[in-house]
Design a protein around this ligand. Sequence first.
Ligand code: BES
Ligand code: MN
Ligand code: ZN
Length: 497
Amino acid sequence: MDFSIKAFDTKNTIASAKTGCIAVAVFENKKLSPAAKELDHGGEISAALKSGDITGKPGTTLTLRGLAGVGAARVLLVGLGNEESVSEKSFTTAVTATLKVFSTLGATDAIIALPMADVKERDAAWAIRTVLCCAHEAAFRTDGQKSKKDPAPAGVKKVTLALDATAQAKNALAQAQAIANGMDLTKELGNLSANVCTPTYLANTAKKLAKEYKFDVEILDRKQLEALKMGSFLSVTNGSDEPPKFIVLKHMGGKSKDAPVVLVGKGITFDSGGISIKAGAGMDEMKYDMGGAASVLGTFRALGEMNLKLNVIGVIASCENMPSGRATKPGDIVTSMNGLTIEVLNTDAEGRLVLCDALTYVERFNPAAVVDIATLTGACIVALGNHNSGLFTRSDEAHEKLAAELLAAGKQTSDTAWRLPIEEAYNEQLKSNFADLANIGTPGGASVTAACFLENFTRKYTWAHLDIAGTAWKSGGSKGATGRPVPLLTQFLINRV
Ligand code: BES
Ligand code: MN
Ligand code: ZN
């Protein structure tokens, strides 16, 4: 679906627009939105509301044809609920319903003339993002690995948003487009089976993005990782026949002397648990244990499309976590890149083992801020469910500021995060009799001890950790990757410019 913005006014009226369909809002109190009023010359819209053909409840729709004095072939009435206070949820429901009707309409172009700036506590930019993300979600196909492809989407292909075509609105549309495209890439990668989406596949995806958007890209192989002494990362890949890949992507859109923001993604393309093997049920879903990496790649796609004027470096530590005769065993002690020794008490706590070396590696960039993104702990799903990503930072002034920025970006894009603690006290739980650190804590607060483990490797810069175990994927009948937290990350970077 292609989107553009057009302003309608008294000269260039919406009633005279030649298009397949115009979507306008009606409310539960039987009132019409401004655009609906303009199309109600013959009184057909008021009559439909009065008769009860449409109630105005969020998501209800009614298609009318051949209205008097209206150039469009159809007018789609869409319920938007309470006129005094349009909620985010009502707006999103109304947009989803509109797009559903569009998808089966006998027309290829349409106008959305819903009140985009009237959602409570939200601006037009939010409404534009919502429309774009809903459209991408509806059009998204998961048939990439099926022999029979789903039929190509029918109906409307070109949508005009009736809005003042200000520079601000056009910018918002471009950003929304970039975020939605970034999410598509993240979803695609998360859904791909692990025998296809290997560390090498992620590296090739990064190379492709680099070529398309002129990023610098560097792929470090096992030999180079050994030379860097990434003993912790390499211990996770021991059991696998797939070569590990360490991916570095650079988008230097800012001034050359400006410190970069660094995004670090966990890229476990399959997490069997290793020797501490996971239970069989649902293990297939551990193909999305590269969701952090996928969100970094998706965010880079968005950055490339916007050509954002900011220096951003993406780092992905990618390998498989598999059992074998060569696999790391519980009790094995490994030496991380920064010299700390780690007792691997549980090989299923592998995310922190790959991330800690990546977090040491990025010191070389003198980062303005580092954000790691990882499907790190099942406990984060227990704590926050699927609604919020877990956000962890230290609590000094610089970190409070970074946390506030990330929380705000999440709120802004409805891709929310919720703060959880990092405190010295939790480090007690990570003590080992035989090494500097254990890779799991004593029972309780597993998401927090995981974050505290990482904290030990991030003392040289300002750092935040996002645990996306609950938000990057939805389980159940329509299981699949969600594209989160690409909106949060992209908006965070946009806000930094
Ligand atoms: N990738 C998992 C975390 C995970 C679990 C993500 C479920 C999404 C859904 C991670 O590597 C892991 O296995 N963590 C363990 C840690 C434990 C051994 C301390 C966990 O959460 O059980
Ligand atoms: Mn694991
Ligand atoms: Zn994992």
